[in-house]
Design a protein around this ligand. Structure first.
Ligand code: NAD
Ligand code: DAU
Length: 340
């Protein structure tokens, strides 16, 4: 392993992984390939911008010519694929980009990886591929049962990864991560959305009764899990990566308001998300056996995350304009109006 291509490395989790790998492994060359969609942001990579073992290429993982050129130019031997359209609500509005990147893009990456003889292919998937579970936790061999266009596209992509392992003998691994939070997360996802809206004293749109459960995983723990699986994961295997920290949405909302010193009157219960999964829960024994340990203490890392957004308005204020506002309007104007 020497020349590692990190696709989607300008996004939230991909950039945390790149910042980690560039600093921790000076002998590896880390090459980022990212289309820079609305969610890709070179500010996320500023901390490594001048490092000699980091390079950036702009391009689409579903564009065969670009992918082959980048693989050959950098003698890529390892791929870590974070690139995706990643937001469930957007996939409900329109799923084209999800099929394009999360299914077709994964296939193109695999196919060029086979062509040029890449030796390791790690793919980032999600706990959402299992669907909702009322009680207990999904192990890795549970059937996939995705419920929204985003999770269906992620399931499609990872089945293609599996097929390239079984059919072509490629050394692949997959991680299925749970809801991830921390610095540099695009403020459409619930935590950065609620933090930045509350800072501006604007209403927080809690979907339905807020009793849905998500398992919160800190982004640095997610990145360390991918690092571990890349180095120690077994060919063809899938590993769940969870925070083992399940919270009702409404409870997390209360915690955020308390940390920010803002009133509970900011909470607005709005029309629910269609097909809203009630609870995600995964069993993480397999990756723990491989040697993964989380550093996270949720109360502390949530407080540190809130503080990061308070101190880094330069990062998120410029995002919340233009395309972001169009999307925000489409999502929330009717919902908020109905909730009054
Ligand atoms: P993100 O939306 O913040 O970043 C996605 C990145 O991929 C962006 O930089 C974007 O520009 C890039 N991208 C999109 N389409 C591309 C294309 N066609 N070609 C090249 N680059 C493209 O996403 P994230 O939250 O960092 O998620 C990263 C990965 O982790 C995704 O695969 C997602 O499914 C998975 N995941 C996310 C979470 C979470 O809670 N955020 C949890 C589990 C798994
Ligand atoms: O579980 C892993 C998945 O977590 C990842 O694969 C996805 O990429 C990531 O987006 C995330 O999906 P969710 O749909 O769980 O995340 P989101 O931040 O959109 O919502 C979290 C919960 O908060 C969910 O139950 C919906 C609710 N919510 C969300 C928004 C944006 C609200 O109540 N109000 C909101 O405005």
């Amino acid at each position: 392993m020497k020349n590692i291509l990190v696709t989607g490395g300008a996004g939230f989790i991909g950039s945390a992984f790149v910042r980690r790998m560039v600093k921790l492994y000076p002998d590896y060359n880390i090459i980022v390939l990212d289309k820079l969609t609305y969610a890709g942001n070179l500010d996320n990579l500023l901390p490594v911008h001048d490092e000699p073992n980091y390079q950036f290429e702009r391009g689409d993982i579903a564009d065969r010519t670009t992918v082959q050129r980048v693989f050959e130019k950098h003698s890529v031997d390892t791929v870590v694929n974070f690139a995706a359209d990643s937001h469930v609500d957007r996939s409900i509005l329109e799923a084209d980009a999800f099929v394009h990147t999360d299914v077709v893009g994964v296939y193109i990456l695999l196919d060029i990886a086979k062509l040029v003889g890449v030796t390791r292919f790690h793919h980032i998937s999600t706990d959402e591929v299992y669907g909702s579970i009322p009680e207990g936790s999904f192990p890795e061999d549970a059937p996939l049962s995705p419920n929204n266009p985003y999770s269906a596209s992620k399931a499609g992509g990872e089945l293609m990864v599996r097929a390239y392992h079984v059919t072509h003998g490629m050394h692949t691994t997959i991680t299925r991560g749970s809801n991830t939070f921390g610095p540099y997360q695009y403020p459409e996802k619930v935590l950065p959305l609620f933090i930045t809206e509350a800072i501006d004293n604007r209403p927080l749109p809690v979907y339905g009764n807020g009793m849905q459960v998500r398992d919160w995983l800190h982004v640095d723990d997610h990145a360390s899990a991918v690092d571990l699986v890349l180095h120690r994961g077994q060919p063809g295997e899938v590993y769940n990566v969870g925070g083992e920290n399940e919270q009702h949405n409404i409870d997390v909302t209360h915690m955020l308001l308390k940390l920010l010193g803002k009133p509970e009157t900011l909470i607005r219960h709005v029309k629910d998300r269609p097909g809203h999964d009630r609870r995600y829960s995964i069993d993480c024994a397999k990756i723990q056996k491989l040697g993964w340990q989380r550093n996270d203490n949720f109360e502390q890392t949530l407080a540190a995350t809130v503080e990061w957004y308070q101190k880094n308005e330069w990062w998120w204020r410029k995002i919340k304009t233009g395309e972001y506002l169009d999307y925000y309007k489409r999502q929330y104007e009717d919902r908020l109006a109905e909730s009054k």
